[in-house]
Ligand binder design. Structure first.
Ligand code: NOJ
Length: 508
C-alpha cells in the first residue's frame, strides 16, 4: 500500500504498540502474562494493524521494578518463558509483518546481577568500578544532593560491608552502572549484539540520557525534589550514544534506537539525535503531560516542531505508557479518548500506542493490599481484558485487578461492536497506512479557533486537515471543504464539531 519513497526508514512511518508482558496475555495460568501469550495474540495485533511491538523488559529479574532491574541480559525470565519462545515470537511476528523492539536497561542493573554481587564483595573486586562508589565522608555528609525516583530520599546508599556509598537513581536495588568504565560499555554492547543476532528490530533504551553523570555537581535546590533523572544532561552521554549507534548500524540501517530521554524540555531532547549518529527516535513526554486544551496542545506541537525540525530529527507522540495513567483515566470519557487517539495517530511522527489504549481502557483501582509497585504505577498496568466472562481470558489469579468496566471494554465486547473504540483505532491505522500525508507529510497551518485545534498534513499537494474540538460542547467551525476521511463521533453538520471530537478531512 505504501507509496512512500523507499529511502524512508520503517520506523518513521510506524505505529509502535507497547506491550507490558506481565499484563498482556497469560498462557500457563500463573496469573502473569508470558511470551507465548504475546504469540497467541499476534493475529489480533496484525488485524489491528500495528507495525511493531515494543516489549517492556523480559530479562531475568527479581522484579522489584518488574523487569527494569535486570539480573542477566542474555536470557528470558522463566516467568515469561524461554529464549526458544522468544525466537518463535520474533519469527512469527516477522511473518505477519510486525517488527519486534526490546526494552534495554543500560543505566542500572539489579543488585542481584553477578556484576554487582562481585562489585560489593570487596573494594578490590574485579567489578568494583563497574558501579559508582564514593567514600563515606567523616562528617557523614552525602557525595551530592541528588534525589532518587519515587521518593524524597538520596540516590546514595551505604554499603555496610565495604563502607562506601553506591549510586542509584531509582531503587536502592537498582545500582547505576559506571559508563565511564570502558569495560562496562563493552559488556553492554555485547548485550545489544546478542539480541540483534536473534533478529530484534531495535531497542527502546531506558533512561538513556542518564548514562553519563556529573557526580560532583549538586542539583539546583529549587528543582531537586523532582528527582535527579530529569536533571541529568551531561555531554559525555553523547559519546556513549555514538558507540551504541555504531553497533546498531553495523547490523543494518533499519535497527532502531528509541531513547527514553526523560528531559522535559524538547530542545534538550533534540541534542540526543546527534548528527544522525545517536538516537533515531526519542519519546516526547510533553504529550503525556499536556492538559486537554486546544491552546496547550498547540504549544506542545509547536515546541516539538521547533526543537526537532532544525536538527532534522523525526518527532514521536505518546499518550500513555506503563508509568503514567491511561488516557481514559487522565482525560475522562470515551469521547475524549477517541479524539485523543485521532490526534495521536495524525500528528507528524512515529506514534506509540500503549496496549489497551485501543480499547479505551481505564486504570484499575488498586486497594492498599494489592499495591505491588514501589512507584505507584499499578493502575495503568492492569491486565488486558480479552473476554467479557468473569476473568476476562485469565485464570482467577491475575497479578493485578482489572479496571472496573473490564467486561464492557474487553476485546471480545468491542470486536462485536463495529462502533467501538477498538474498531475505530483499526480504521484509523488502516487510514494512516493508506495516506502518505498522514504518515510522512509536513505539518502546517497549525492554529487554534476557539476550543478547536486545526492543523494540516501535506505531501506533494495532497492535504489532510485535522480538526479537534477540545470543548465540552459543540464548537462552531466550518468543515465544509473537502471529503471527510474519518470522524471520531457521528458528524451532524459541517458548521459545528461535536464536543470532544476529531475529524480528518482530505482537502486537496
Ligand atoms: C523508566 C521506565 O519506564 C520505568 O518503568 C522504570 O521504573 C525506570 N525507567 C527505571 O528503570
Amino acid at each position: 500500500m505504501s507509496d512512500s519513497p523507499t529511502s524512508v526508514p520503517w520506523w518513521r512511518e510506524a505505529v509502535i504498540y507497547q506491550i507490558y508482558p506481565r499484563s498482556f496475555c497469560d498462557t500457563n495460568g500463573d496469573g502473569i502474562g508470558d511470551l507465548n501469550g504475546i504469540r497467541r495474540r499476534l493475529t489480533y495485533l496484525a488485524w489491528l494493524g500495528v507495525d511493531a511491538i515494543w516489549l517492556s523488559p523480559i530479562f531475568p529479574s527479581p522484579m522489584r521494578d518488574f523487569g527494569y532491574d535486570v539480573s542477566n541480559y542474555f536470557d528470558v525470565d522463566p516467568i515469561f518463558g524461554s529464549l526458544d519462545d522468544f525466537a518463535h515470537l520474533i519469527h512469527e511476528a516477522h511473518d505477519l509483518g510486525i517488527r519486534v523492539i526490546l526494552d534495554w536497561v543500560p543505566n542500572h542493573t539489579s543488585i542481584d546481577h553477578p556484576w554487582f554481587v562481585d562489585a560489593r564483595s570487596s573494594r578490590e573486586s574485579v567489578h568494583r568500578d563497574w558501579y559508582i562508589w564514593r567514600d563515606e565522608a567523616p562528617d557523614g555528609s552525602l557525595p551530592n544532593n541528588w534525589i532518587r525516583a519515587w521518593s524524597d530520599e538520596s540516590v546514595w546508599t551505604l554499603d555496610e560491608s565495604t563502607s562506601q556509598y553506591y549510586l542509584h537513581m531509582f531503587l536502592p536495588s537498582q545500582p547505576d552502572l559506571n559508563w565511564a568504565n570502558p569495560s562496562v560499555r563493552d559488556a553492554m554492547v555485547e548485550t545489544l549484539r546478542f539480541w540483534l543476532d536473534m533478529g530484534v528490530d531495535g531497542f527502546r533504551m531506558d533512561v538513556v540520557h542518564a548514562l553519563g553523570k556529573d557526580i560532583d555537581r549538586d542539583d539546583p535546590e529549587d528543582l531537586r525534589m523532582i528527582g535527579h533523572t530529569p536533571l541529568n544532561d551531561v555531554a559525555v552521554t553523547h559519546e556513549y550514544l555514538r558507540e551504541i549507534r555504531e553497533v546498531l548500524d553495523e547490523y543494518s540501517r533499519d535497527r532502531v534506537a528509541v531513547g527514553e530521554v526523560y528531559l522535559l524540555d524538547p530542545s534538550r531532547v533534540a541534542t540526543y539525535f546527534g548528527k544522525d549518529d545517536e538516537l533515531h527516535l526519542s519519546f516526547n513526554f510533553q504529550s503525556i503531560f499536556t492538559p486537554w486544551r486546544a491552546n496547550a496542545w498547540l504549544e506542545t506541537i509547536r515546541k516539538a516542531e521547533e526543537a526537532l525540525n532544525p536538527v532534522g530529527a523525526w518527532p514521536t507522540w505518546v499518550m500513555s505508557n506503563h508509568d503514567n495513567p491511561r488516557v481514559a483515566t487522565r482525560l475522562g470519557g470515551q469521547d475524549r479518548v477517541r479524539a485523543a487517539l485521532v490526534l495521536l495517530l495524525s500528528l507528524r511522527g512515529t506514534a506509540f500506542l500503549y496496549a489497551g489504549e485501543e480499547l479505551g481502557l481505564e486504570d484499575a483501582l488498586i486497594v492498599p493490599e494489592r499495591v505491588v509497585d514501589p512507584g505507584g504505577r499499578d493502575g495503568c498496568r492492569a491486565p488486558i481484558p480479552w473476554s467479557m466472562g468473569e476473568h476476562h481470558g485469565w485464570d482467577e489469579n491475575a497479578w493485578l485487578p482489572f479496571g472496573e468496566r473490564a467486561s464492557a471494554l474487553s476485546v471480545e465486547a468491542q470486536e462485536r461492536d463495529s462502533s467501538s473504540t477498538l474498531h475505530m483505532v483499526r480504521q484509523l491505522l488502516a487510514l494512516r497506512r493508506a495516506s502518505t500525508p498522514l504518515r510522512l507529510g509536513a505539518l502546517r497551518n497549525l492554529h487554534v479557533e476557539g476550543d478547536v485545534l486545526v492543523f494540516e498534513r501535506e505531501w506533494e499537494g495532497s492535504v489532510v486537515r485535522v480538526v479537534v474540538n477540545f470543548a465540552k460542547s459543540p464548537s462552531p467551525i466550518d468543515t465544509s471543504t473537502g471529503t471527510v476521511l474519518f470522524a471520531s463521533e457521528t458528524l451532524t453538520d459541517r458548521t459545528h464539531l461535536n464536543a470532544n471530537s476529531a475529524l480528518l478531512i482530505q482537502v486537496s
